[in-house]
Each structure stands twice: as C-alpha cells, then as structure tokens.
Design a protein around this ligand. Structure first.
Ligand SMILES: [Zn+2]
Length: 82
C-alpha cells in the first residue's frame, strides 16, 4: 500500500489536490507554476522532488528560488565570458 506517493505537508495540503501541490518533498504548499523537471533539477539539484514527473509544480516560494538561481547562473555565465 505504499505505491501512491503523496506530498501532503502537515496540516496544509489536505484540501489541495495532489497535482496542485508543490512537487518538492516536504513542502506541500499550493503550486503556482508548472516547470520542466529537467530545468528545475539543473537549477536546484539540491531539491528533492516527488517522483520523476515530466513537469514539476512549484509553489510561489520554490519558484522564487528557481528564478533567483537561474538568474544567478546567467550572470555567472556572463562573467566568465568577460
Ligand atoms: Zn514548494
């Protein structure tokens, strides 16, 4: 009976359907964005995602983290070119 993985955070996600919950393990917040899992893993390899979906849903906070990280990496890339 362990085949079904859920990502219900404590007391938060009870009323939110699984596909509208942030795909980060232990987060359980409402998802705001759906992104390519590959891109998220490249930007935030330290994040543990629930399962291996093609697209991962991120909550506002994790999406902010993702945006911040991708921005930093773009700036780093630019710096190495100079
Ligand atoms: Zn999250």
């Amino acid at each position: 009976m362990t085949a079904h993985i859920t990502n219900s955070g404590p007391g938060i996600a009870a009323t939110v359907p699984a596909d509208e919950v942030c795909g980060v393990v232990g987060c359980g917040k409402e998802s705001k964005r759906s992104l390519s899992t590959k891109k998220v893993k490249e930007a935030l390899p330290e994040l543990q995602l629930v399962g291996e979906p093609r697209r991962v849903h991120l909550c506002k906070d994790h999406y902010k983290q993702f945006r911040k990280k991708t921005k930093e990496e773009r700036e780093l890339d630019r710096a190495t070119w100079q």
